[in-house]
Design a protein around this ligand. Sequence first.
Ligand code: FSX
Ligand code: SF4
Ligand code: F3S
Length: 311
Amino acid sequence: MENGLFDRLEQKGISRRDFMKFCGYITATLGLSAAYVPRVAEVFAAGKQRPAVIWLHMAECTGCSEALLRSMYPWIDELVLEILAIEYHETIMAAAGRQAEEQLEYALNKYKGKFICVVEGAIPTKDRGIYGRVGKHTMLELGKKVTKEALATITIGNCSSFGGVQAAKPNPTNAKSIDDALGIKSVKIAGCPPNPVNFVGTVVNYLLLGKLPATDSYGRPLFAYSKTVHDQCPRRSHYEAGEFVTQFGSEEAAKGWCLYEMGCKGPETYNNCPIVKFNDGTSWPVEAGHPCIGCSEPNFWDQMAPFYEQK
Ligand code: FSX
Ligand code: SF4
Ligand code: F3S
């Protein structure tokens, strides 16, 4: 294994041990045996496969990019840039204005049919899409133009996967998911925001096994979205014992009882948050004392509301 990556990580104060721990974490998330850990490490360290990525921002809050690039491991950006050649990403690229538009054209021509398109955000479709624009194009035009040349499209976040908050009632711009707006089929890293580990896992799966992961009927990778939050929740025994929190700040809340009566949507929500957690495995909503609001499910803003009551 070449030393370049380790040297760069060490300069950031990341030891080989930390790096191998992260690789173990990704391997376990993918449901692969520990024997795969060195191969996963090799995917990061080899640094030669690097598929080109064109990353589009539609109508959204950029929380998905933030979750991926900042809040988790302080060095995950280094790893992401090691395994992906990000040719266009409006939040992190230095170019702006015309230069950015030119970079998009350049990348589209150079990597035609060979790049992965990652999309954040929903597409406003009302009145031919005029309510969402990037540069000269409507998001609708941009989405069509880029995804039709892509090898595959990965939607990151609930907005691009299912419409998200933009598509919630009354949805004045008739915002739609990428699949619905463009008539394509994407792999969906659902969540608002999604767990960055599930995005990295999807890319590692592709680089390691040469294919995108198997998905459920919505297009969510099975390694992350095949079980409900409820089925993996450490508070489940309290649910079974009928021990429920009925008020925030109460003694029952302090004891970590089940949040079902506070509106928890864990029983209807498919995601791996209780196992993978967020921010370097620090915590996740229920562990922090907040009910799951179902952020990885289609139309959760409408379907799961009211968030603090059971329907
Ligand atoms: Fe949506 Fe992503 Fe929620 Fe935000 O960009 S999934 S609003 S966290 O950031 O698209
Ligand atoms: Fe299920 Fe939510 Fe209770 Fe956890 S807190 S056991 S996910 S209802
Ligand atoms: Fe979202 Fe529920 Fe997990 S709100 S982050 S799916 S616990």
